[in-house]
Design a binder for this molecule. Structure first.
Ligand SMILES: [Zn+2]
Length: 348
């Protein structure tokens, strides 16, 4: 990232000595910007055209990628030059095929040169899988989720784990380096994608079942109680209680990490800048209808008629679509770094 040089003069040196914390805030990298925020997108769609088994091939991803691209340009002001598309379409050159090497290359340079306030959108439509091992993963279920590049699935259906890309890696490349005020929207229309970015909150963002409605009412009660508590305790006591509760929520339980209870309290000013919309829970498959329609189809249909839906409207729209006339059994998930306010708007 290019940053303008700064000079500490004699005059502001004295303010360093007087107000070091305040000056540090004003000079921190998150507050320095040399250009207006930009929007970048990486769109990956894999039909696995070379797979011999019809069951392994998908019909929707190519079509979905191009619909997403058109929508981003027409409706959300993305510049075509800042959209990278990887698909296994026949006319696409080698370096734009969604192979392991090409996907990793594009992921690695995706947030390069970012400045605060930039918008990043990652879209993936293809196969996903869960690891069968239960090793040292920090997942609740002990399993990692992985996406399957075009060359990680052999023509005879053979899986090549060494070419798959794990959730740990996706988080390391996409989430960890993101500046505090940058935005990342990830959309994974693939099987076992619930926590594919390893974001800690998902259960507390659900809106579409009776269970989650009851949970939200319970959380609201807890939030109100915590507001009352603020008036009963001194600021120092409240800080200690908050720190203690945070420690508790990340404690490993029998070698696993407890993440989202579903009752996670929303902080007043929590940053909602990193979200991941997934087609299903970690334990589920995502489905595609015979005509290739999927969660993406429902999402685009919504965005075309309502460009600025709330998160709640978004989740309701993608969660209630019939597949082949039957309400399907996968449950789209919205995961995030902090518990979300579902009445806030989806920012693309
Ligand atoms: Zn949560």
């Amino acid at each position: 990232m290019r940053r303008p040089p700064f000079v500490i003069s004699h005059k502001n040196l004295s303010s360093v000595l007087q107000k070091p914390a305040q000056l540090w805030t004003s000079l921190s990298p998150n507050r320095i910007r040399s250009r207006a925020p930009i929007k970048k997108a990486l769109l990956i769609g894999i039909n696995y055209q070379n797979a011999r088994d019809r069951e392994e091939r998908l019909d929707g991803p190519h079509k979905d990628v191009h619909r997403v691209e058109a929508l981003l340009i027409k409706q959300y002001g993305y510049n075509k030059d800042r959209i990278v598309i990887l698909t296994d379409e026949e006319n696409v050159p080698e370096d734009r095929q969604p192979t392991h090497v090409n996907i990793m290359r594009e992921l690695n340079k995706f947030v390069e040169g970012q400045e605060q306030g930039d918008y990043f959108l990652v879209y993936y439509a293809g196969h996903g899988i869960q690891s069968t091992w239960r090793g040292d993963s920090m997942e609740e279920d002990g399993r990692d989720e992985l996406i399957i590049p075009s060359d990680a699935l052999g023509w005879n259906g053979q899986r090549k784990p060494e070419l798959m890309i794990s959730d740990d890696k996706l988080k390391e490349i996409l989430v960890d380096p993101l500046l505090r005020k940058s935005h990342l929207t990830a959309i994974f229309d693939s099987c076992h994608s619930g926590t594919v970015l390893d974001l800690p909150h998902h259960r507390c963002n659900r809106v579409y079942t009776w269970n989650s409605r009851l949970r939200r009412i319970g959380r609201r009660v807890l939030e109100l109680l915590s507001e009352v508590e603020k008036h009963r305790f001194s600021p120092a006591e409240i800080v200690k209680k908050t720190v203690d509760s945070k420690k508790t929520s990340s404690l490993p339980i029998k070698g696993r990490t407890m993440t989202c209870s579903g009752y996670c309290l929303r902080l007043k000013r929590a940053n909602q800048n990193i979200i991941c919309l997934s087609a299903c829970k970690d334990s589920e498959n995502a489905y595609e209808s015979r005509d290739g329609s999927s969660m993406t189809t429902a999402l685009i249909d919504l965005l075309e008629r309502c460009p600025r839906p709330t998160l709640k409207e978004t989740m309701r729209a993608v969660s209630s679509r019939p597949i082949n006339g039957v309400k399907e059994s996968s449950s789209p998930q919205l995961s995030s770094r902090h518990p979300l306010r579902m009445n806030s708007f989806l920012k693309l």
